[in-house]
Design a protein around this ligand. Structure first.
Ligand code: FES
Length: 159
């Protein structure tokens, strides 16, 4: 088996990381991990790929999209695996993102309390069914079709 010091086969990486081989192949297609190919076209991974896989697993647990993880990894010079310092900065960003999502979910939970047992499913009344109804604050009627002077305007001028 052609294997350099400090390298792992995909099977070894799967065993060490606890991630299925099919998932590792998927990560590689998404440019999240990198391998070299042997003359027999087998994948070989540097040992520090384990750190990348750990970071990907954490991202998945906290709901960070894999495309975002790939974008962050692509910023690291020479395709290096995140160092301890890199990970420190990345995890701080993700904590801020997680905090934002928690606040958003708390708001959703509070809005949803009005829906529980309500049954109206009203686009006029329900904050969740029509969360972006900012035009309602401008008054009744089809606000996009009424110009500031109160006269109907052509739909092509909607903004
Ligand atoms: S369903 Fe009635 S307020 Fe949401």
């Amino acid at each position: 088996m052609e294997i350099e010091p400090g390298e792992m086969t995909v099977g070894q990486l799967a065993e060490r990381s606890g991630v299925a081989i099919s998932a590792l192949h998927f990560y590689e297609r998404q440019n999240l991990i990198i391998s070299r190919r042997t003359t027999g076209n087998q994948r070989r991974y540097k040992r520090d790929t384990l750190r990348r896989v750990a970071m990907i697993r954490i991202a998945q647990r906290v709901g960070i999209p894999l495309a975002e993880v790939a974008a962050i990894l692509a910023l690291l010079p020479d395709n290096r695996t995140p160092t301890r310092q890199d990970w420190g900065r990345i995890s701080e960003c993700w904590q801020a993102e997680l905090d934002r999502r928690i606040v958003h979910l708390e708001q959703l939970r509070d809005d949803f309390k009005d829906c529980v047992g309500c049954g109206c499913l009203s686009l006029d009344r329900c904050a969740l069914a029509n969360p972006y109804d900012t035009l309602a604050t401008k008054g009744p009627g089809p606000q996009r079709l009424i110009d500031p002077a109160g006269a109907p305007s052509h739909p092509a001028t909607c903004h």
